[in-house]
Design a protein around this ligand. Structure first.
Ligand code: ATP
Ligand code: MG
Length: 577
């Protein structure tokens, strides 16, 4: 239950509407009960009086009308106000969760599947709207209305009023407790199986191509089916319990009604007019009390799910980003001064023991061009990840422009470093928007067209949509090489003075590779370039070549230094090729 506290705290953002919502809920409930109670008395009284006797039926019948209209109006506005307040709170919550998720990227988020995250952000946050609408507001209203009802009834007969009041208050404590325990048992399982189903379903859809090619769809379908059946079984259980809660409450209501009738029939109502009519009043008051309790049972049946959803959302929001950006400095680059200085750097991924960077030392001057070579899995991409602070090294020094990399603000770091990752992400968006993300200033169409021509993607512009060409789901309609070149187009549109490229020419034919490399070197003339590559095309144009092997920097130097190094790794590599 404690996991609900962060969400209850959010109520402060809609205090007034929430308060008005409860007032309206109380008004609606009170009007509804008064309607039945007064009707009970009115019908009984008119029957007792009979015809030929003077009886003022105007006041009671006007009040019955008044209560009926009051009930409708109050319920109408209650729904508007409470839902409006809840949606406001949910909007706040969603923004809050989202803003917590962003700094977790990418290191912590790797632990969650994307679909699971989406599920938490959408379905679980949605479930939390029940907290106010179904739990808190009806519970508070119930207490207030029971007390008000008891006080009003006590004017007619104190003992019966107290009897009804206490019974209702006791039920108000007992019923939620019972249903909380019943619902709690499977609330978590229900929430979990709903999440599982959605995650599996989305992955099933996303992996369609691979599943069909490997003829592997059937087992996954089977699994999906099982998860769905499990989910339905929990839903069935919920429906059974919900039916049971209604039956139990109706039964209790019947008991209260008959007991009240029995007690009221023998009660002494003093000197009220038509005392026998008060039997009808009490009987129908007992019947109406049903309206107070009915929503409570069902609501507490849901509490297990609400708590489970709250825990799933809390789990995400309580994660600490691996990297905190607390620095205040902005990067100032001086030409020909060391821009990157790495001393004795040591890093392992949080969930792994082996080092991904092992006592690495490296110094790079501003505007130098550096190529990084090495076997697959040797730690090349990891080094670039450290340079953009996707992770922080556990030991050693990593200085950028003369200061510790951690002393800079995130925005300054992002502004000064352009990073083309190994896997280019293509948004399901237009060609134009996919390129525009490279720059904060608006890029002109002519510039887009020029860059696309340079990277050899002018073919994409041949279709009539031009720059508005839709790139589909994650860029699937593009070839691997086209996706790489689109990534490069982004780099060329970016103005950052430090450029980090992770295998930019991977998958390109030799001629295209040569052109692209020339483009990159031209773009980076006044910039610092660090490029990871497996190929040796144009390698002599780089000022410094670094060889990483098994997390260690085993060789570094200029092209001429390395080819003259006897038994050097680079020399042997060159000879082999
Ligand atoms: P490639 O040439 O294949 O791209 P690489 O030199 O870039 O290889 P890295 O991606 O730096 O290799 O990986 C170095 C080591 O760290 C590998 O053993 C890899 O399995 C591991 N590794 C990489 N990324 C992660 C991660 N996010 N979490 C845990 N381990 C990782
Ligand atoms: Mg890599």
């Amino acid at each position: 239950m404690r996991s609900l506290l962060p969400f209850i705290r959010l109520f402060k953002y809609a205090k007034f509407p929430l308060f008005i919502g409860i007032i309206l809920m109380i008004t609606g409930l009170a009007a509804s009960i008064s309607l039945l109670t007064l009707s009970g008395w009115f019908l009984a009284a008119t029957a007792i009086v009979g015809i030929h006797t003077l009886f003022n039926f105007f006041y009671p019948s006007a009040s019955v009308r008044g209560f009926a209209i009051g009930r409708t109006v109050a319920r109408y506005f209650e729904k508007i106000v409470t839902h409006d307040a809840t949606f406001r709170i949910l909007a706040k919550l969603r923004v809050q969760v989202f803003s917590k998720i962003i700094p977790l990227s990418p290191s912590v988020l790797n632990r969650y599947r994307n679909t699971d995250l989406l599920n938490r952000l959408v379905a679980d946050v949605d479930t939390l709207d029940n907290l106010y609408l179904r739990l808190i507001a009806p519970f508070i209203s119930a207490i207030v209305v029971i007390i008000a009802m008891t006080i009003t009834l006590s004017f007619f007969n104190l003992k019966i009023a107290l009897g009804i009041g206490f019974t209702l208050l006791i039920l108000l404590i007992v019923i939620p407790t019972i249903f909380y325990h019943l619902g709690n048992k499977f609330g978590l399982a229900l929430t979990q199986s709903r999440a599982n189903y959605r995650t599996q379903f989305l992955e099933f859809i996303q992996a369609q191509a691979e599943l069909l090619l490997f003829n592997a769809a059937q087992p996954l379908k089977q699994q999906l089916n099982e998860t769905e059946q499990q989910w339905q079984a929990y839903q069935q259980q919920e429906a059974n319990l919900s039916g049971f809660s209604t039956a139990l409450l109706l039964f209790i209501n019947g008991l209260i009604l008959s007991t009240t009738l029995w007690v009221a029939a023998n009660a002494d109502f003093g000197d009220w007019d038509y005392p026998k009519a008060l039997i009808g009043l009490f009987a129908l008051a007992a019947l109406a009390s049903f309206e107070i309790l009915m929503p409570i049972g069902a609501a507490f049946l849901h509490i297990g799910q609400i708590v489970a959803s709250a825990e799933r959302v809390n789990e995400i929001t309580s994660q600490q980003p691996l990297v905190q950006f607390n620095g205040t400095n902005t990067i100032q680059i001086t030409p020909n001064q060391p821009i990157i200085e790495i001393q004795d750097l040591l890093f392992h991924y949080p969930e792994k023991k082996e080092l991904a960077i092992d006592h690495l030392n490296l110094s790079i001057l501003a505007q130098q061009k550096v190529a990084i070579l090495g076997k697959t899995g040797s730690g090349k991409s990891t080094l670039l990840q450290l340079l953009v602070r996707h992770y922080d090294a556990q030991q050693g020094q990593l200085q950028l422009a003369g200061k510790d990399i951690r002393s800079y603000t995130e925005s300054s770091l992002r502004q000064h470093i352009c990073f083309l990752t190994q896997r280019v992400h293509i948004f399901s968006d237009t060609l134009r928007n996919n390129l525009q993300i490279a720059s904060t200033t608006k890029i002109k169409d002519t510039q887009f067209i020029d860059i696309l021509q340079k990277v050899g993607l002018s073919k994409l512009l041949e279709q009539e949509q031009g720059l508005d060409l839709w790139l589909g789901d994650g860029g699937r309609p593009l070839s691997g090489g086209e996706q790489r070149r689109l990534g490069l187009a982004r780099v060329l549109l970016n103005e950052a003075p430090i450029v980090l490229l992770d295998e930019p020419t991977e998958g390109l034919d030799r001629e295209t590779e040569r052109n692209i490399l020339a483009l990159i070197l031209q773009h980076c003339q006044q910039k610092t370039l660090i490029m990871i590559t497996h190929r040796l095309t144009s390698i002599e144009k780089f000022d410094q070549i670094c060889i990483i092997d098994n997390a260690k920097l085993i060789e570094k130097g200029s092209y001429s230094e390395l080819i003259n190094k006897p038994q050097g790794f680079f020399k042997r590599l060159l000879e082999r090729i």
